[in-house]
Design a protein around this ligand. Sequence first.
Ligand SMILES: CC(C)(COP(=O)(O)OP(=O)(O)OC[C@H]1O[C@@H](n2cnc3c(N)ncnc32)[C@H](O)[C@@H]1OP(=O)(O)O)[C@@H](O)C(=O)NCCC(=O)NCCS
Length: 318
Amino acid sequence: MKKAGIIGTGSYIPQRVLTNKELEKMVDTSDEWIVTRTGIRERRIAADDEDTLQLATNAAEKALASANIGPEELDLIIVCSITPDGPFPATACLVQAALGAKRAAAFDLSAGCSGFAYGLATGAQFIENGMYKHVLVIGAEKISKITDWSDRTTCVLFGDGAGAAVLGLVPEGYGILANSLGADGQGGRFLELCKETNCIRMDGRDVFKFAVRVMSEVPLELLAKAGLTQEDVDLFIPHQANIRIIDAAAKRLSLPREKVYVNVERFGNTSAASIPIALDEVVKQGLIGDGNILLTVGFGAGLTWAGNVIRWWGGGER
Ligand SMILES: CC(C)(COP(=O)(O)OP(=O)(O)OC[C@H]1O[C@@H](n2cnc3c(N)ncnc32)[C@H](O)[C@@H]1OP(=O)(O)O)[C@@H](O)C(=O)NCCC(=O)NCCS
């Protein structure tokens, strides 16, 4: 049976770099504290006039070019974000207009930093049941607009950016082999938008414990669903939140470091954009080839978690 697979990727990173040294001047922190506790060295911040729509559209245009399809061939656009430009209209509808994707349905998906993995699983359903041929999934975030720049416990962690993937049918044996989605609303209060300040509020230690547990359990569950084992994994793209969480997951999975993609030092936590930005880098650098097994796992606000196992389709006749 043919499955949905990724046929193109793209990403967009804002130009402005915010270093740990600059943060030292803004809050009581140090480069040393941030690097040892999180692995983050710098992050990108979108310009004042650069909103989530722009970040999303820029990444989407690159993904369409890499998939070699035009916007009019899109059937559905899903924008995964916790920082949409407004409650409505959906940012996905604005992207639809910006791209000129006249035929595409469009909606936003809010699943925190797990958004993109949720989005891949969602988009794949529409393709595999025959309803649609091409689905564009975008993770786009302007976290800087909901960051409390006087709160050292959160402002050092996040960054802005966007990544996108086009889904389409791929030849038999390839594509998204398994998905796992989950939520625990009881933990929602650990990571939320504070109503008074309209900024992120987080219980870091609770989120950390949750993240380490999820990142240890979900990969194994996903691989079992796909009928695979840890040895089959060629590349693991974990959500880029904290190097200590990534290292703990890699250890639990007995994965050597070269099989775990890390870019948290350059971008910080870009929420729903983190996995698709990493994915696009992986593709551009040729780190994943035809037939390779790719594992993605995200976790975040909700609390939510989600992951996908993908047998990579390297291109050619579909
Ligand atoms: C936030 C996080 C890096 C903090 O690391 P930690 O080792 O748990 O640190 P703690 O929260 O125990 O804080 C240790 C001390 O550092 C201080 N501290 C917090 N942020 C700091 C900063 N930026 N600079 C310097 N000191 C800081 C704390 O106030 C605390 O001081 P205290 O002991 O005097 O109270 C870590 O908990 C984490 O990564 N959590 C998960 C966050 C996450 O991934 N969120 C997004 C999910 S999608």
